[in-house]
Design a protein. Structure first.
Length: 179
């Protein structure tokens, strides 16, 4: 597998952002990625709940995803990425997730996606991390699929923090004395 600037940056992000969680998690890269995924995904849900429904259509500029679109991108992205490691898209999931904009629906579907990804990572035997997979048309491993799912939630957590702050919304964990 080729090392790209994206992969190098992803590992740096995981090491920096997940260091505290990794120290408390059981040993192993899978547990470390699970902990890092859980942290970022939990914060995305907190932001989704904290952002008022009337701000779900807000976007920082024309041609940029709205709050609802970012959240639904995270929702669909979890299913899409983890499908490369054998996770199936749930029956009954709407095909066009980008069209969903109502806060209650967005939050519910986001939480379902996060739980599905979390469950797939948890259920994956450690030996499967080295299994061959194809992601974005490129050969890779299940390990990189899990890493990509983890990095994806971190990427959009940062985006949603910026969106929230631009709208005068303090991330809930910041109000609790966190970062």
């Amino acid at each position: 597998m080729r090392t790209t600037p994206f992969r190098a940056a992803a590992w740096a992000l995981l090491v920096g952002a997940g260091a505290a969680q990794a120290q408390q998690a059981p040993a192993g890269v899978q547990a470390e990625m699970q902990s890092s995924f859980d942290d970022a995904a939990g914060k995305i849900v907190q932001l989704a709940e904290a952002i008022p429904a009337e701000k779900y259509a807000w976007r920082p500029a024309e041609g940029v995803r709205s709050v609802a679109e970012v959240l639904m991108h995270v929702t669909g992205g979890g299913y899409y990425v983890m499908a490369s490691a054998g996770m199936e898209r749930p029956a009954g999931l709407p095909q066009n997730l980008d069209a969903i904009t109502a806060k209650a629906d967005v939050v519910r579907l986001l939480q379902q996606s996060i739980e599905a990804v979390r469950g797939a990572i948890r259920a994956m035997p450690a030996a499967d991390l080295d299994k061959a997979a194809t992601l974005f048309g490129q050969p890779t491993t299940y390990r990189n699929v899990v890493l990509t799912a983890t990095v994806h939630v971190h990427e959009h957590l940062g985006q949603l923090i910026a969106y929230a702050r631009m709208n005068g919304i303090t991330p809930p964990w910041s109000m609790q004395g966190g970062q």
